[in-house]
Ligand binder design. Structure first.
Ligand SMILES: Cc1ncc(COP(=O)(O)O)c(C=O)c1O
Length: 460
Protein backbone atom coordinates (compact mmCIF):
# COMPACT_ATOMS: atom_id res chain seq x y z
CA UNK A 1 0.00 0.00 0.00
CA UNK A 2 1.40 3.44 -0.93
CA UNK A 3 1.91 5.65 2.11
CA UNK A 4 2.40 9.40 1.55
CA UNK A 5 5.73 10.68 2.94
CA UNK A 6 5.75 13.21 5.80
CA UNK A 7 7.06 16.71 4.98
CA UNK A 8 10.86 16.57 4.61
CA UNK A 9 10.88 12.79 4.14
CA UNK A 10 12.12 11.26 0.88
CA UNK A 11 9.30 9.54 -0.95
CA UNK A 12 10.32 5.91 -1.25
CA UNK A 13 6.91 4.56 -2.19
CA UNK A 14 6.87 2.14 -5.11
CA UNK A 15 5.08 4.84 -7.12
CA UNK A 16 7.83 7.34 -6.54
CA UNK A 17 10.68 4.89 -7.05
CA UNK A 18 9.09 3.71 -10.27
CA UNK A 19 8.66 7.27 -11.51
CA UNK A 20 12.30 8.06 -10.74
CA UNK A 21 14.06 4.87 -11.75
CA UNK A 22 12.04 2.37 -13.76
CA UNK A 23 12.10 2.65 -17.55
CA UNK A 24 8.85 1.06 -18.64
CA UNK A 25 8.63 -0.51 -22.08
CA UNK A 26 6.56 1.02 -24.87
CA UNK A 27 5.28 3.52 -22.29
CA UNK A 28 4.74 7.25 -22.35
CA UNK A 29 6.65 7.81 -19.13
CA UNK A 30 5.77 11.49 -19.11
CA UNK A 31 2.10 10.69 -18.74
CA UNK A 32 2.67 9.34 -15.21
CA UNK A 33 2.58 12.53 -13.23
CA UNK A 34 0.40 14.13 -10.59
CA UNK A 35 -2.71 12.02 -10.09
CA UNK A 36 -1.97 9.69 -12.99
CA UNK A 37 -0.36 6.74 -11.25
CA UNK A 38 1.67 3.92 -12.70
CA UNK A 39 -0.40 0.75 -12.39
CA UNK A 40 1.62 -1.43 -10.02
CA UNK A 41 0.55 -5.07 -9.90
CA UNK A 42 1.72 -6.81 -6.76
CA UNK A 43 -0.01 -10.21 -6.64
CA UNK A 44 -1.79 -12.71 -8.84
CA UNK A 45 -4.24 -15.53 -8.29
CA UNK A 46 -5.90 -17.53 -11.06
CA UNK A 47 -7.50 -15.15 -13.59
CA UNK A 48 -7.02 -12.17 -11.28
CA UNK A 49 -4.25 -9.78 -10.26
CA UNK A 50 -4.14 -7.18 -7.47
CA UNK A 51 -2.63 -3.71 -7.37
CA UNK A 52 -0.68 -2.12 -4.53
CA UNK A 53 -3.92 -0.95 -2.90
CA UNK A 54 -5.37 -4.45 -2.95
CA UNK A 55 -7.81 -3.73 -5.78
CA UNK A 56 -8.63 -6.79 -7.87
CA UNK A 57 -8.50 -6.90 -11.70
CA UNK A 58 -9.59 -9.56 -14.12
CA UNK A 59 -6.48 -10.20 -16.21
CA UNK A 60 -8.23 -10.29 -19.56
CA UNK A 61 -4.89 -10.21 -21.38
CA UNK A 62 -3.02 -12.94 -19.44
CA UNK A 63 -0.31 -10.36 -18.69
CA UNK A 64 0.37 -9.73 -22.40
CA UNK A 65 -0.63 -13.19 -23.68
CA UNK A 66 1.73 -14.89 -21.24
CA UNK A 67 0.21 -16.40 -18.11
CA UNK A 68 -1.88 -19.03 -19.88
CA UNK A 69 -2.05 -21.43 -16.90
CA UNK A 70 -3.18 -18.59 -14.64
CA UNK A 71 -1.49 -16.69 -11.83
CA UNK A 72 -0.26 -17.94 -8.47
CA UNK A 73 0.50 -21.59 -9.28
CA UNK A 74 2.53 -22.65 -6.26
CA UNK A 75 3.48 -25.94 -7.94
CA UNK A 76 5.50 -23.90 -10.44
CA UNK A 77 7.35 -22.16 -7.61
CA UNK A 78 8.09 -25.58 -6.09
CA UNK A 79 9.43 -26.88 -9.41
CA UNK A 80 11.71 -23.83 -9.60
CA UNK A 81 12.96 -24.37 -6.05
CA UNK A 82 13.71 -28.06 -6.74
CA UNK A 83 15.65 -27.08 -9.85
CA UNK A 84 17.79 -24.51 -8.01
CA UNK A 85 18.70 -27.15 -5.45
CA UNK A 86 19.74 -29.56 -8.20
CA UNK A 87 21.41 -27.26 -10.74
CA UNK A 88 21.16 -23.48 -10.68
CA UNK A 89 22.60 -22.69 -14.11
CA UNK A 90 24.49 -24.18 -16.92
CA UNK A 91 24.72 -22.91 -20.43
CA UNK A 92 23.88 -24.61 -23.73
CA UNK A 93 27.02 -23.27 -25.36
CA UNK A 94 28.81 -26.58 -25.96
CA UNK A 95 27.15 -28.17 -22.90
CA UNK A 96 23.74 -29.58 -22.15
CA UNK A 97 21.75 -30.19 -18.97
CA UNK A 98 18.85 -32.54 -18.16
CA UNK A 99 15.93 -30.09 -18.10
CA UNK A 100 16.76 -28.50 -21.47
CA UNK A 101 17.16 -31.94 -23.02
CA UNK A 102 13.88 -33.23 -21.56
CA UNK A 103 12.05 -30.06 -22.56
CA UNK A 104 13.41 -30.13 -26.13
CA UNK A 105 12.28 -33.76 -26.46
CA UNK A 106 8.84 -32.93 -25.07
CA UNK A 107 8.37 -29.95 -27.38
CA UNK A 108 9.45 -32.10 -30.35
CA UNK A 109 6.81 -34.68 -29.39
CA UNK A 110 4.11 -32.01 -29.23
CA UNK A 111 5.15 -30.15 -32.39
CA UNK A 112 3.59 -31.12 -35.73
CA UNK A 113 5.32 -32.95 -38.58
CA UNK A 114 9.08 -33.34 -38.36
CA UNK A 115 9.69 -30.21 -36.30
CA UNK A 116 12.04 -32.03 -33.97
CA UNK A 117 14.93 -29.69 -33.26
CA UNK A 118 14.57 -27.07 -30.52
CA UNK A 119 16.83 -24.02 -30.23
CA UNK A 120 16.09 -22.19 -26.97
CA UNK A 121 16.11 -18.41 -26.56
CA UNK A 122 15.26 -16.00 -23.76
CA UNK A 123 12.14 -14.55 -25.38
CA UNK A 124 10.10 -13.95 -28.53
CA UNK A 125 12.26 -11.39 -30.35
CA UNK A 126 15.26 -13.66 -29.90
CA UNK A 127 13.24 -16.59 -31.25
CA UNK A 128 12.27 -14.59 -34.35
CA UNK A 129 15.81 -13.25 -34.73
CA UNK A 130 17.10 -16.83 -34.55
CA UNK A 131 14.58 -18.02 -37.13
CA UNK A 132 15.53 -15.26 -39.56
CA UNK A 133 19.24 -15.97 -39.13
CA UNK A 134 18.66 -19.70 -39.49
CA UNK A 135 16.68 -19.14 -42.70
CA UNK A 136 19.57 -17.17 -44.22
CA UNK A 137 22.18 -19.60 -42.96
CA UNK A 138 20.23 -22.66 -44.12
CA UNK A 139 20.05 -21.35 -47.67
CA UNK A 140 23.72 -20.34 -47.60
CA UNK A 141 24.79 -23.77 -46.43
CA UNK A 142 22.63 -25.26 -49.21
CA UNK A 143 24.50 -23.14 -51.75
CA UNK A 144 21.81 -20.47 -52.19
CA UNK A 145 23.44 -17.65 -50.26
CA UNK A 146 21.60 -14.95 -52.20
CA UNK A 147 18.36 -15.93 -50.43
CA UNK A 148 18.19 -13.44 -47.55
CA UNK A 149 14.90 -11.53 -47.72
CA UNK A 150 11.93 -12.15 -45.44
CA UNK A 151 8.33 -11.54 -46.41
CA UNK A 152 6.02 -10.55 -43.57
CA UNK A 153 2.59 -8.98 -43.32
CA UNK A 154 1.56 -5.37 -42.86
CA UNK A 155 0.88 -4.30 -39.26
CA UNK A 156 2.22 -7.65 -37.93
CA UNK A 157 4.44 -7.46 -34.84
CA UNK A 158 7.40 -9.83 -34.75
CA UNK A 159 9.57 -8.19 -32.08
CA UNK A 160 11.94 -5.31 -31.54
CA UNK A 161 15.52 -6.42 -32.18
CA UNK A 162 16.73 -4.97 -35.47
CA UNK A 163 16.32 -8.22 -37.43
CA UNK A 164 12.91 -9.03 -35.99
CA UNK A 165 11.94 -5.38 -36.49
CA UNK A 166 12.70 -5.72 -40.20
CA UNK A 167 9.89 -8.31 -40.25
CA UNK A 168 7.58 -6.23 -38.04
CA UNK A 169 5.16 -4.40 -40.31
CA UNK A 170 4.24 -1.42 -38.15
CA UNK A 171 5.62 1.73 -39.79
CA UNK A 172 5.77 3.83 -36.61
CA UNK A 173 7.86 1.21 -34.84
CA UNK A 174 10.18 0.74 -37.81
CA UNK A 175 10.81 4.21 -39.18
CA UNK A 176 12.31 5.71 -36.03
CA UNK A 177 15.02 3.00 -35.87
CA UNK A 178 15.95 2.78 -39.54
CA UNK A 179 18.11 1.64 -41.18
CA UNK A 180 17.03 -1.84 -40.12
CA UNK A 181 18.48 -5.18 -41.12
CA UNK A 182 17.99 -5.22 -44.90
CA UNK A 183 15.58 -7.60 -46.57
CA UNK A 184 12.23 -7.04 -44.83
CA UNK A 185 9.36 -6.97 -47.37
CA UNK A 186 5.70 -6.58 -46.53
CA UNK A 187 2.48 -7.88 -48.05
CA UNK A 188 -1.21 -7.42 -47.15
CA UNK A 189 -2.59 -9.17 -44.08
CA UNK A 190 -5.93 -10.96 -43.76
CA UNK A 191 -8.04 -8.12 -42.41
CA UNK A 192 -11.11 -9.48 -44.23
CA UNK A 193 -13.44 -7.10 -42.37
CA UNK A 194 -11.96 -4.31 -44.47
CA UNK A 195 -11.86 -6.22 -47.76
CA UNK A 196 -14.34 -5.50 -50.56
CA UNK A 197 -17.12 -8.12 -50.56
CA UNK A 198 -16.10 -9.58 -53.92
CA UNK A 199 -12.41 -10.03 -53.11
CA UNK A 200 -11.14 -13.58 -53.60
CA UNK A 201 -10.53 -15.28 -50.22
CA UNK A 202 -7.00 -16.26 -51.27
CA UNK A 203 -6.08 -12.77 -52.49
CA UNK A 204 -3.65 -12.20 -49.60
CA UNK A 205 -1.95 -15.56 -50.19
CA UNK A 206 -1.54 -14.73 -53.88
CA UNK A 207 0.03 -11.41 -52.84
CA UNK A 208 2.81 -13.40 -51.17
CA UNK A 209 3.55 -15.25 -54.41
CA UNK A 210 3.50 -11.99 -56.36
CA UNK A 211 5.96 -10.44 -53.93
CA UNK A 212 8.31 -13.43 -54.14
CA UNK A 213 8.27 -13.12 -57.92
CA UNK A 214 8.75 -9.36 -57.76
CA UNK A 215 11.77 -9.68 -55.42
CA UNK A 216 13.16 -12.67 -57.34
CA UNK A 217 12.71 -16.10 -55.71
CA UNK A 218 16.48 -16.53 -55.63
CA UNK A 219 16.64 -13.66 -53.09
CA UNK A 220 13.82 -14.70 -50.74
CA UNK A 221 14.71 -16.82 -47.68
CA UNK A 222 11.48 -16.98 -45.68
CA UNK A 223 7.90 -15.96 -45.16
CA UNK A 224 6.93 -15.23 -41.54
CA UNK A 225 3.32 -15.13 -40.35
CA UNK A 226 1.28 -15.67 -37.21
CA UNK A 227 -1.57 -18.20 -37.27
CA UNK A 228 -3.86 -15.38 -36.07
CA UNK A 229 -2.25 -11.96 -36.52
CA UNK A 230 -2.25 -10.08 -33.25
CA UNK A 231 -1.47 -6.48 -34.23
CA UNK A 232 -4.41 -4.94 -36.05
CA UNK A 233 -6.73 -7.06 -33.90
CA UNK A 234 -6.75 -10.86 -34.22
CA UNK A 235 -6.91 -11.29 -38.00
CA UNK A 236 -7.95 -14.86 -38.75
CA UNK A 237 -6.96 -16.48 -42.06
CA UNK A 238 -9.62 -17.19 -44.70
CA UNK A 239 -10.18 -20.90 -45.40
CA UNK A 240 -7.34 -22.36 -47.45
CA UNK A 241 -4.98 -19.41 -46.83
CA UNK A 242 -2.22 -21.32 -45.06
CA UNK A 243 -2.52 -24.30 -47.39
CA UNK A 244 -1.88 -21.94 -50.29
CA UNK A 245 1.01 -20.18 -48.51
CA UNK A 246 2.58 -23.58 -47.84
CA UNK A 247 2.33 -24.46 -51.56
CA UNK A 248 3.88 -21.12 -52.54
CA UNK A 249 6.78 -21.55 -50.10
CA UNK A 250 7.47 -25.05 -51.43
CA UNK A 251 7.29 -23.89 -55.03
CA UNK A 252 9.96 -21.19 -54.55
CA UNK A 253 12.11 -22.93 -51.92
CA UNK A 254 11.18 -20.34 -49.29
CA UNK A 255 11.02 -21.36 -45.62
CA UNK A 256 7.68 -20.92 -43.88
CA UNK A 257 8.05 -19.54 -40.34
CA UNK A 258 5.01 -19.70 -38.09
CA UNK A 259 5.48 -17.01 -35.44
CA UNK A 260 3.53 -18.45 -32.52
CA UNK A 261 4.88 -16.29 -29.74
CA UNK A 262 1.23 -15.63 -28.88
CA UNK A 263 -0.67 -18.41 -30.68
CA UNK A 264 1.09 -21.46 -29.22
CA UNK A 265 0.51 -23.09 -25.83
CA UNK A 266 -3.25 -23.34 -25.92
CA UNK A 267 -4.15 -19.79 -26.92
CA UNK A 268 -6.05 -21.17 -29.95
CA UNK A 269 -7.04 -24.44 -28.24
CA UNK A 270 -3.99 -26.42 -29.42
CA UNK A 271 -0.37 -26.64 -28.35
CA UNK A 272 0.53 -24.91 -31.62
CA UNK A 273 -1.52 -22.42 -33.58
CA UNK A 274 -0.63 -24.06 -36.91
CA UNK A 275 -2.49 -27.22 -35.79
CA UNK A 276 -5.68 -25.21 -35.66
CA UNK A 277 -5.36 -24.31 -39.33
CA UNK A 278 -3.84 -27.60 -40.50
CA UNK A 279 -0.45 -26.50 -41.82
CA UNK A 280 3.06 -27.63 -41.01
CA UNK A 281 5.66 -24.84 -41.21
CA UNK A 282 9.43 -25.29 -41.46
CA UNK A 283 10.12 -23.29 -38.32
CA UNK A 284 7.93 -22.31 -35.35
CA UNK A 285 8.85 -19.52 -32.95
CA UNK A 286 7.41 -19.56 -29.42
CA UNK A 287 7.93 -17.75 -26.10
CA UNK A 288 5.59 -16.18 -23.51
CA UNK A 289 3.34 -19.05 -22.31
CA UNK A 290 5.92 -21.82 -22.80
CA UNK A 291 6.54 -21.29 -19.08
CA UNK A 292 3.24 -19.43 -18.59
CA UNK A 293 5.81 -16.63 -18.17
CA UNK A 294 6.86 -17.84 -14.73
CA UNK A 295 10.37 -17.46 -16.18
CA UNK A 296 11.50 -15.81 -19.42
CA UNK A 297 11.94 -18.36 -22.20
CA UNK A 298 11.47 -18.71 -25.94
CA UNK A 299 12.36 -21.24 -28.58
CA UNK A 300 12.77 -21.75 -32.27
CA UNK A 301 11.63 -25.19 -33.39
CA UNK A 302 13.08 -26.33 -36.71
CA UNK A 303 12.16 -29.20 -39.00
CA UNK A 304 14.59 -32.07 -39.55
CA UNK A 305 15.15 -30.86 -43.10
CA UNK A 306 16.21 -27.38 -41.95
CA UNK A 307 18.32 -28.60 -39.03
CA UNK A 308 20.07 -31.39 -40.91
CA UNK A 309 22.83 -29.40 -42.66
CA UNK A 310 23.93 -28.08 -39.25
CA UNK A 311 24.29 -31.52 -37.73
CA UNK A 312 26.96 -32.85 -40.07
CA UNK A 313 30.76 -32.64 -40.09
CA UNK A 314 32.13 -29.37 -38.77
CA UNK A 315 29.02 -27.32 -39.56
CA UNK A 316 27.49 -25.23 -36.78
CA UNK A 317 24.83 -22.53 -36.38
CA UNK A 318 27.05 -19.69 -35.12
CA UNK A 319 24.38 -18.15 -32.94
CA UNK A 320 23.32 -18.32 -29.29
CA UNK A 321 22.30 -16.55 -26.08
CA UNK A 322 23.86 -17.10 -22.65
CA UNK A 323 20.58 -17.60 -20.82
CA UNK A 324 18.81 -19.67 -23.48
CA UNK A 325 17.40 -22.92 -22.11
CA UNK A 326 18.15 -21.80 -18.53
CA UNK A 327 17.59 -24.77 -16.17
CA UNK A 328 15.11 -22.79 -14.07
CA UNK A 329 13.06 -21.76 -17.10
CA UNK A 330 13.26 -25.30 -18.52
CA UNK A 331 12.03 -26.79 -15.23
CA UNK A 332 9.19 -24.26 -15.14
CA UNK A 333 8.25 -25.05 -18.73
CA UNK A 334 8.13 -28.78 -17.91
CA UNK A 335 5.95 -28.13 -14.85
CA UNK A 336 3.77 -25.76 -16.89
CA UNK A 337 3.23 -28.42 -19.56
CA UNK A 338 2.36 -30.90 -16.77
CA UNK A 339 -0.44 -28.51 -15.78
CA UNK A 340 -1.58 -28.25 -19.40
CA UNK A 341 -1.79 -32.05 -19.60
CA UNK A 342 -3.34 -32.65 -16.17
CA UNK A 343 -6.02 -30.00 -16.61
CA UNK A 344 -6.40 -30.41 -20.37
CA UNK A 345 -6.19 -26.66 -20.87
CA UNK A 346 -6.25 -26.97 -24.66
CA UNK A 347 -9.43 -29.06 -24.44
CA UNK A 348 -10.95 -26.50 -22.07
CA UNK A 349 -10.33 -23.69 -24.56
CA UNK A 350 -11.86 -25.73 -27.39
CA UNK A 351 -14.90 -26.55 -25.24
CA UNK A 352 -15.43 -22.98 -24.05
CA UNK A 353 -14.34 -20.76 -26.92
CA UNK A 354 -17.77 -20.58 -28.55
CA UNK A 355 -19.28 -19.40 -25.25
CA UNK A 356 -16.53 -16.77 -25.01
CA UNK A 357 -17.17 -15.74 -28.60
CA UNK A 358 -20.96 -15.58 -28.17
CA UNK A 359 -20.53 -13.34 -25.14
CA UNK A 360 -18.43 -10.94 -27.26
CA UNK A 361 -20.88 -11.19 -30.18
CA UNK A 362 -23.67 -9.78 -27.97
CA UNK A 363 -21.70 -6.52 -27.94
CA UNK A 364 -22.70 -6.13 -31.59
CA UNK A 365 -25.86 -4.46 -30.25
CA UNK A 366 -23.70 -1.43 -29.39
CA UNK A 367 -23.34 1.16 -32.17
CA UNK A 368 -19.57 1.43 -31.64
CA UNK A 369 -18.88 -2.28 -32.24
CA UNK A 370 -18.04 -2.96 -35.90
CA UNK A 371 -16.52 -6.43 -35.78
CA UNK A 372 -15.81 -9.28 -33.40
CA UNK A 373 -13.12 -11.70 -34.57
CA UNK A 374 -10.50 -14.15 -33.40
CA UNK A 375 -10.09 -17.78 -32.41
CA UNK A 376 -9.77 -19.69 -29.15
CA UNK A 377 -9.17 -17.38 -26.20
CA UNK A 378 -7.81 -14.66 -28.48
CA UNK A 379 -10.37 -12.15 -29.73
CA UNK A 380 -10.68 -8.53 -30.76
CA UNK A 381 -13.60 -6.13 -30.89
CA UNK A 382 -13.11 -3.46 -33.58
CA UNK A 383 -14.57 -0.05 -32.81
CA UNK A 384 -16.10 2.08 -35.55
CA UNK A 385 -17.75 5.45 -36.00
CA UNK A 386 -20.42 4.04 -38.29
CA UNK A 387 -21.46 0.39 -38.30
CA UNK A 388 -23.03 0.50 -41.77
CA UNK A 389 -20.16 2.15 -43.63
CA UNK A 390 -17.43 0.73 -41.29
CA UNK A 391 -16.02 4.26 -41.07
CA UNK A 392 -13.16 4.29 -38.59
CA UNK A 393 -11.79 6.99 -36.31
CA UNK A 394 -9.07 9.39 -37.46
CA UNK A 395 -5.77 9.53 -35.54
CA UNK A 396 -6.88 12.26 -33.18
CA UNK A 397 -10.23 10.63 -32.42
CA UNK A 398 -8.56 7.28 -31.92
CA UNK A 399 -6.03 8.82 -29.54
CA UNK A 400 -8.80 10.42 -27.53
CA UNK A 401 -10.92 7.27 -27.55
CA UNK A 402 -8.20 4.80 -26.60
CA UNK A 403 -5.74 6.75 -24.49
CA UNK A 404 -8.06 9.52 -23.39
CA UNK A 405 -10.81 7.21 -22.23
CA UNK A 406 -10.97 3.46 -22.86
CA UNK A 407 -7.67 2.23 -21.42
CA UNK A 408 -8.07 4.12 -18.15
CA UNK A 409 -11.79 3.39 -17.84
CA UNK A 410 -11.46 -0.34 -18.43
CA UNK A 411 -8.67 -0.49 -15.86
CA UNK A 412 -10.69 1.61 -13.44
CA UNK A 413 -13.56 -0.86 -13.86
CA UNK A 414 -11.21 -3.72 -12.96
CA UNK A 415 -10.64 -5.23 -16.41
CA UNK A 416 -7.18 -5.47 -17.91
CA UNK A 417 -7.37 -5.82 -21.67
CA UNK A 418 -5.74 -4.09 -24.59
CA UNK A 419 -7.11 -1.01 -26.30
CA UNK A 420 -4.89 -0.79 -29.35
CA UNK A 421 -4.65 1.28 -32.54
CA UNK A 422 -1.63 -0.10 -34.37
CA UNK A 423 -4.25 -0.78 -37.05
CA UNK A 424 -7.82 0.44 -36.67
CA UNK A 425 -8.92 0.78 -33.03
CA UNK A 426 -9.65 -2.50 -31.26
CA UNK A 427 -10.11 -3.88 -27.78
CA UNK A 428 -8.37 -7.24 -27.39
CA UNK A 429 -9.20 -10.03 -24.99
CA UNK A 430 -6.99 -13.01 -24.20
CA UNK A 431 -7.81 -14.32 -20.72
CA UNK A 432 -5.90 -17.13 -18.99
CA UNK A 433 -6.92 -20.51 -20.39
CA UNK A 434 -8.60 -21.43 -17.10
CA UNK A 435 -11.18 -18.64 -17.61
CA UNK A 436 -14.79 -19.81 -17.57
CA UNK A 437 -18.38 -18.53 -17.61
CA UNK A 438 -17.90 -16.35 -14.51
CA UNK A 439 -15.01 -14.46 -16.12
CA UNK A 440 -16.81 -14.22 -19.48
CA UNK A 441 -19.77 -12.55 -17.75
CA UNK A 442 -17.49 -10.17 -15.91
CA UNK A 443 -15.73 -9.22 -19.17
CA UNK A 444 -19.08 -8.71 -20.85
CA UNK A 445 -20.49 -6.47 -18.13
CA UNK A 446 -17.46 -4.18 -18.03
CA UNK A 447 -17.10 -4.01 -21.81
CA UNK A 448 -20.80 -3.33 -22.30
CA UNK A 449 -20.79 -0.40 -19.88
CA UNK A 450 -17.48 1.09 -20.94
CA UNK A 451 -18.11 0.78 -24.70
CA UNK A 452 -21.58 2.33 -24.23
CA UNK A 453 -19.97 5.26 -22.40
CA UNK A 454 -17.32 5.50 -25.13
CA UNK A 455 -20.06 5.84 -27.76
CA UNK A 456 -21.72 8.65 -25.81
CA UNK A 457 -18.36 10.40 -25.85
CA UNK A 458 -17.62 10.03 -29.55
CA UNK A 459 -21.01 10.11 -31.26
CA UNK A 460 -21.59 13.02 -33.55
C1 LIG B 1 4.04 -12.64 -32.71
C2 LIG B 1 5.14 -12.08 -31.85
N1 LIG B 1 6.41 -12.29 -32.20
C3 LIG B 1 7.43 -11.83 -31.46
C4 LIG B 1 7.20 -11.12 -30.31
C5 LIG B 1 8.35 -10.60 -29.49
O1 LIG B 1 8.42 -11.28 -28.26
P1 LIG B 1 9.22 -10.66 -27.02
O2 LIG B 1 8.46 -9.47 -26.55
O3 LIG B 1 9.22 -11.79 -26.02
O4 LIG B 1 10.59 -10.33 -27.48
C6 LIG B 1 5.89 -10.87 -29.90
C7 LIG B 1 5.61 -10.12 -28.67
O5 LIG B 1 4.50 -9.85 -28.31
C8 LIG B 1 4.82 -11.36 -30.70
O6 LIG B 1 3.55 -11.15 -30.36
Amino acid sequence: MAIAPRPGEVDTSLQDLARRHLWMHFSRMGSYNGDNEIPIIVRGDGCYVYDERGKRYLDGLSALFCVNAGHGRTELGEAAARQVEELDFYTLWSYAHPRAIELAARIATLAPGDLNRVFFTSGGSEAVESALKLARNYHRICGKGQKHKVIAREIAYHGTSLGALSATGITDLRSQFEPLTPGGCHVPNTNVYRWPKDRHPLWAATAIEERILFEGPETVAAVILEPVQNAGGCFVPPDGYFERVREICDRYDVLMISDEVICAWGRLGHYFGCERFGYVPDIITVAKALTSAYAPMGAMIASDRVAEPFLEGDASFAHGFTFAGHPLASALAMANLDIFEKEDLCGHVRAKESEFRQMLETLHELPIVGDVRGAGYFHAVELVKDKETKETFDDEESEDLLRGFLSAELYHRGLICRADDRGDPVVQLAPPLIADTEQFEEIHDVLHDVLSAAWERVKR
